[in-house]
Design a protein around this ligand. Structure first.
Ligand code: DSN
Length: 422
């Protein structure tokens, strides 16, 4: 139905065009709750699909290894200036291909293989690239990991300090992928100063909240800010590294030529547009609405008897511990998917189950907020989740189909940005 939006694609490769069209329908009809996903605007979508991708541009604006950079330099310089302005940093590199390469560049800039690095353990809510064992960062470096307290689900900053002072890591990462609470960047900064470590804030999940003033900024506290551009920031799939001037050269050298070749110029253009959008008052309202929706959803889930890690949320993300529900995370996630509600299964802190079959599900409000849902809709969303989890326990496919029909109905009234077919 939407293939006519891509007439050349439809004519050249109808099979592929049909997959894209099906994905457009899926994204329009479902309630997407994966907290690291979003809907980009039509403008970001257009910028990301331009002829800029025909160009090789190894190097940086004004110092490239290829000619014909008149326009590419302007695009990248604009993205850099917008990133610096929006996040209040001295230096920005907009070339990392995504979050993991961005973090690898940080290692390359500041550490040597075998050095000790410190981050939050993956099952506690960290990220693979924060020194976790199965990642290159955990095998080329000596990763030591902190977590959250079993009784509160919150980061224990005294334990972080003890570990940092005992290990004196070269790098400390703060931030993660399943942290429902505000990160105290000032507390991390004090610890990093005491331990003599470079402090990296990986704000991939919360970059849009920071840009919109709905989460404190790390800019004045940390050495490097690493972020993807496609989560709450609502840009294309890419990443940025931002830092104080003193680290700018090391970061740039690590990204190129240290780790990457030519930047993806079409992505840089999309990032520039997303940063422009994020600087508007409407984005500030969006970021605050994301948090308000998440708090309202958490409250409604608690009322339904769900156990939430840390008891709720301060940001866009909610981690549901299903241990008490007799339905493990994967079964619940797959049942919710059949009900038109897209989440991901996730470990919870101290999870007795394995990562591929864990106890939790992770949800968030960036996407539904982009579609215009507000706090008044959150009790209904919680009710759908509750009914779907109950249906999963009973194997009641009819109930899941009924929820799916209700979800499709509601989503039709809230057109998805960039997808006129809703
Ligand atoms: N894959 C991202 C997420 O879903 O949080 C982290 O890299």
């Amino acid at each position: 139905m939407s293939a006519s939006r891509h007439p050349a694609l439809l004519s050249t490769d109808p099979e592929l065009a049909s997959f894209v069209a099906a994905e457009e329908v899926l994204q329009a009809q479902t309630l997407r709750l994966i907290p690291s996903e979003n809907y980009v605007s039509a403008a970001v979508l257009e910028a990301s699909g331009t002829v800029l991708q025909n160009k090789y541009s190894e190097g940086y604006p004004g110092r490239r290894y290829y000619e014909g950079q008149q326009n590419i330099d302007r695009v990248e310089a604009l993205a850099i200036e917008r990133a610096k302005g929006l996040f209040g940093v001295d230096h920005a590199n907009v070339q990392p291909y995504s979050g993991s390469p961005a973090n690898l560049a940080v290692y390359l800039a500041f550490a040597k293989p075998g050095d000790t690095v410190m981050g939050m353990a993956l099952p506690m809510g960290g990220h693979l690239t924060h020194g976790w064992g199965v990642s290159a960062t955990g095998s080329w470096f000596r990763g030591v990991q902190y977590g959250v307290r079993a009784d509160t689900g919150l980061i224990d900053y005294d334990a972080v300090r003890d570990l940092a002072l005992a290990e004196r890591p070269k790098l400390i990462f703060c931030g993660g992928t399943a942290l429902p609470r505000t990160i105290d960047f000032a507390a991390f900064a004090e610890i990093a100063r005491e331990a003599g470590s470079i402090l990296v804030a990986d704000v991939a999940h919360i970059a849009g909240l920071i840009a919109g003033g709905a989460h404190p900024s790390p800019a004045d506290h940390v050495d490097v800010v690493s972020t993807t551009t496609h989560k709450t920031l609502r840009g294309p799939r890419g990443a940025m590294l931002m830092c104080r001037e003193e680290h700018g050269k090391a970061i740039d050298k690590a990204v190129f030529p240290g780790l990457q070749g030519g930047p993806h110029n079409q992505t840089t253009a999309g990032i520039a547009v997303a940063l422009h959008e994020a600087a508007q008052p409407s984005f500030t309202a969006y970021a605050h609405q994301v948090v308000a929706n998440a708090k309202a959803l958490a409250a409604a889930l608690l009322q339904k008897g769900f156990d939430l890690v840390s008891g709720g949320t301060d940001n866009h993300l909610i981690l549901i511990d299903l241990t008490g529900k007799d339905v493990p995370g994967k079964i619940a996630a797959k049942a919710l998917d059949r009900a038109g509600i897209v989440v991901n299964y996730n470990t919870v802190p101290f999870d007795p189950r394995k990562p591929f079959d864990p106890s939790g599900i992770r949800i968030g409000t960036p996407s539904l907020t982009s579609r215009g849902l507000s706090t008044e809709h959150m009790p209904l969303v919680a009710d759908w989740i509750s009914r779907a989890v109950d249906a999963a326990a009973k194997g009641d496919e009819q109930a899941l189909a009924a929820i799916r029909a209700e979800v499709t109905d509601l989503m039709a009234a809230f057109p998805a940005p960039g997808l006129p077919l809703s």
